[in-house]
Write a new protein. Structure first.
Lengths: 167, 239
């Protein structure tokens, strides 16, 4: 063994406690780094998987007075893989605990969706509580979880809405 | 002794060294010219601050002069770059300092072997220790050795690579008389038996009796050169 290496080993053995402490600190640092990189990667992956499975749209566009007959023409635009149209309408909600009426945005759900899970072509909903809307039944909505939690709504609760001036 | 027939190992011509200490220029050497010859034992004598360490460092390639030229045989040290000087030191020069600069975590033998590992044509490390009568203590660590013993190990380390010149900067400066003499005997033996050109710096005039030539320095200039026709052995020195 070269004498300089021998010196290094002896010097390190004299500083055993410090050397071990340094090794632990470095190991802890590396472990923390690896753990956070893993967490970041898996979050990223989960996000991708969620977007893919629930077919999250990449482009949103708003039009007014557009008939369904426009759909084939939108479909023809180069690069468009899937089109789905929805009606979006702002309404007033009469939430009992609020002094002033709340403004809610109603978004239609395509009629073809299944009863247990959303089978829309794009922007499928993830139902965490309750069930999906049943086709041909009126007066049902799916609300966002944050909204429901904020007002203490549970599945089956009733809330009045004023749509186009009618309750 | 006639020096004119000998080959000059070192030729220094009109060297000056100026250190800048803030606003003040310190002139450590002011125009020193000298020649050192093969196998010669030279003592550089001078008070502290006379420039003798600066001169030795320049000869040893540790420092470069502000002006003037220094030749080691055919090699102009003053025209060499850092890498050249490193190679020059590694291949030709052995240094001994006042404070031994041994590596504490290596034994005496290992301290010498550190050098023999990288030298071109080194002697056996144990032989080097034998030359300074330290063979028996080869496996002791520096902390287990006295100052004189450590200095002898430092000398063994300096000569183990078979250097052409041995430069010693106050080798006995930190030692008592008795130990100092043992160390000087070791240096004289190297000079005598290996023919290594040896330069010893000291402020102790008594040591100059063992030299072939004594060069006195004061205030950065050579103030006198004295040739000893009869050298005194280290053992006969007293101070």
């Amino acid at each position: 063994m070269r004498k300089l290496d021998q010196k290094l080993i002896r010097d390190l053995s004299h500083l055993k406690a410090q050397a071990i402490a340094i090794i632990f600190v470095i190991a802890a640092g590396v472990a923390t780094f690896v753990m956070s990189m893993c967490a970041y990667k898996s979050l990223e992956e989960s996000k991708e998987v969620f977007y893919r499975e629930y077919r999250f749209a990449e482009v949103f566009a708003e039009t007014r007075r557009s008939p369904n007959a426009l759909i084939p023409r939108i479909q023809e635009i180069s690069g468009v893989a899937a089109v789905e149209t929805r009606l979006v309408y702002d309404v007033l909600l009469d939430v009992p605990e609020m002094a002033e009426p709340a403004i809610a945005r109603l978004i239609s759900i395509p009629q073809s969706t299944g009863p247990q899970s959303d089978t829309s072509r794009l922007n499928r909903l993830y139902i965490s509580r309750g069930r999906m809307l049943e086709p041909n039944r009126t007066g049902e909505v799916v609300v966002s979880e944050i909204f429901a939690d904020a007002h203490g709504f549970v599945a089956g609760d009733r809330v009045d809405a004023i749509i186009n001036g009618r309750t | 002794m006639s020096t004119s027939t000998q080959t000059a190992v070192f030729r220094a011509l009109d060297i000056a060294k100026v250190y800048q200490m803030g606003q003040v220029d310190v002139h450590a050497l002011r125009g020193v010219s000298l020649e050192l010859f093969d196998h010669e034992f030279v003592v550089l004598l001078g008070a502290s601050g006379s420039g003798k360490s600066t001169l030795l460092n320049i000869l040893g390639g540790l420092d470069v002069p502000t002006s003037g030229t220094v030749h080691y045989r055919d090699k102009e040290l003053t025209a060499s770059d850092d890498n050249d000087l490193t190679r020059y030191r590694r291949e030709n020069v052995g240094f001994v300092f006042q404070f031994y600069n041994l590596i504490p975590s290596l034994t005496a033998l290992e301290n010498v072997e550190l050098i023999t590992e990288i030298a071109k044509s080194p002697m056996n490390a144990l032989d080097a220790l034998d030359l300074v009568k330290m063979k028996e203590r080869a496996n002791h660590f520096p902390a287990q050795l006295s100052g004189g013993e450590q200095q002898r190990v430092a000398i063994a380390r300096a000569i183990a690579k078979n250097p052409k010149v041995l430069l010693c900067d106050e080798p006995t400066g930190a030692l008592d008389v008795h130990t100092g003499i043992v160390v000087l005997e070791a240096i004289a033996r190297i000079n005598r038996e290996l023919g290594t050109t040896t330069v010893v710096i000291t402020h102790n005039a008594a040591i100059s009796k063992m030299a072939d030539r004594v060069i006195s320095l004061s205030d950065g200039q050579i103030s006198g050169v004295q040739t000893n026709h009869s050298k005194v052995s280290a053992a006969e020195l007293t101070w």
